[in-house]
Design a protein around this ligand. Structure first.
Ligand code: FES
Length: 164
């Protein structure tokens, strides 16, 4: 809790101590931690002197916030209009199946997280997937497997080496 307090000290500043800043505070916390934990939500609530349930209600209303940590390989599938029209939903489903991770979730070994995002600004390449900083254009369900093959061997080698 003390560590979290220190991490959020630069975000929970006196200039932001008004209820109207709740969404920007949630955004900044997510940017800092990669997700918004229950403790962080409560800390925002205490800071703004509003009920924790209010912050929780606001955070869960918007699908831009995630409540579980990111995996070592953060996979996002763009679901902006261009990507959605080009088959983004099928790519998302294939990714969830292949990784055995639900959307918004993280694999038990913490290696992969899967999220949907709004337009990431390369609509001409739709549908688009990102894995950490890399962009994978013109994705299709069969390409999901191809792309993951380039990431998974590294993960599997590490698991073999550590005896998992
Ligand atoms: S809609 Fe996916 S990159 Fe713009």
């Amino acid at each position: 809790m003390e560590e979290l307090k220190q991490q959020l000290a630069k975000i929970l500043t006196p200039q932001k101590k008004e209820r109207r800043h709740v969404i920007s505070l949630l955004r900044e916390v997510q940017q800092k931690l990669g997700f918004i934990s229950k403790e962080a939500m409560q800390m925002i609530a205490d800071f703004l002197e509003i009920p924790g349930s209010t912050v929780y209600g606001i955070a869960t209303f918007y699908n831009q916030f995630r409540f579980k940590p990111l995996g070592k390989h953060a996979v996002t599938v763009c679901m902006g209009t261009a990507c959605h029209m080009a088959g983004g939903q099928l790519v998302l489903e294939a990714m969830a199946r292949e990784l055995e991770v639900e959307v918004g979730g993280i694999s038990p070994d913490q290696e992969f997280s899967l999220d949907r995002v709004a337009c990431i600004g390369c609509c001409a390449l739709a549908p688009v997937v990102t894995i950490n900083e890399s962009v994978y254009p013109r994705m299709t369900p069969p390409r999901v497997e191809e792309v993951l093959v380039t990431v998974k061997p590294v993960v599997e080698e590490k698991q073999v080496a550590s005896g998992q």
